[in-house]
Design a protein around this ligand. Structure first.
Ligand code: ADP
Length: 223
């Protein structure tokens, strides 16, 4: 579903060129959760950005559903992102002036899904995420774990193939963190999503099918 072949990203830092990600290969199937662990500065965000077609690699290839996106023009990338990816971030990124349901519905507007269908999908997704009773709450009235579950529902709203989650439990206490990981696992399996999870959270290992360590831009499979 998602594959990186020998991807490298170089950044210029002053007069130096640094390899933030160095010849990394990874493949993630549908229904699989791949966990990437690694200290701050090891290249996790850079790798996730390349996997998610936000950043073009300096060299190497990224394949989305078998389609090589490395050579496509910049202007095509937003459409690939919208069609193929859902993104979840540490800090939720919810719209504060929209309810949980409206936050999820908004994600379907770009796809021009009709109003009634948007509403139904949002209600189904939020119920699946255990938020059936909280749909009409604004983010400010939700706990951190609930906000992150809304963000996951929103990321899934346009029915992407792939979910990329960058430290989704870093702002949560342990019970909420676990509920979010459980949710990701359940949704990946039930809906056949490929999930790439970057996390420091040691509990995340229990929820992952494959585990990789990223150190100084080099990726090693641990499990
Ligand atoms: P992580 O997400 O694991 O903290 P990053 O991918 O953010 O790691 O960063 C990896 C390395 O690349 C770090 O050394 C960082 O300083 C460097 N880096 C990241 N973004 C840039 C940039 N835009 N320009 C120059 N160096 C960068």
């Amino acid at each position: 579903m998602l594959e990186a072949r020998w991807v490298t990203k170089h950044y210029r830092q002053g007069t130096n060129i640094v390899a933030a990600v160095d010849r990394v290969s990874i493949a993630v199937r549908e229904g699989e959760i791949a966990l990437i662990i690694g200290p701050s500065g090891s290249g996790k965000s850079t790798l996730l950005s390349m996997l998610g077609c936000i950043l073009q690699p300096t060299s190497g290839a990224v394949l989305v559903a078998g389609y090589d996106v490395s050579g496509v023009p910049e202007r095509v990338l937003p459409r690939i992102r919208q069609r193929c990816f859902g993104f979840v971030f540490q800090s939720f990124h919810l719209f504060p002036f929209l309810t949980a349901r409206e936050n999820v519905e908004t994600a379907m507007r770009l796809q021009k899904v009709p109003r009634e269908a948007r509403r139904k999908t949002a209600i189904d997704l939020l119920s699946d995420c255990g938020l059936g009773q909280r749909m009409d709450f604004y983010p400010a009235s939700l706990s951190g774990g609930e906000k992150q579950r809304v963000a996951i529902a929103r990321a899934l709203a346009a029915d992407p193939f792939i979910l990329l989650a960058d430290e989704p439990t870093a702002s949560l206490d342990s019970a909420n963190g676990e509920a979010v990981l459980e949710m990701l696992r359940h949704l990946a399996l039930a809906r056949g999503k490929a999930v790439v999870l970057a996390s420091h959270d040691p509990r995340a290992r229990h929820f992952a099918d494959s585990v990789y360590n990223l150190a100084d831009g080099r990726l090693n499979r641990l499990r």
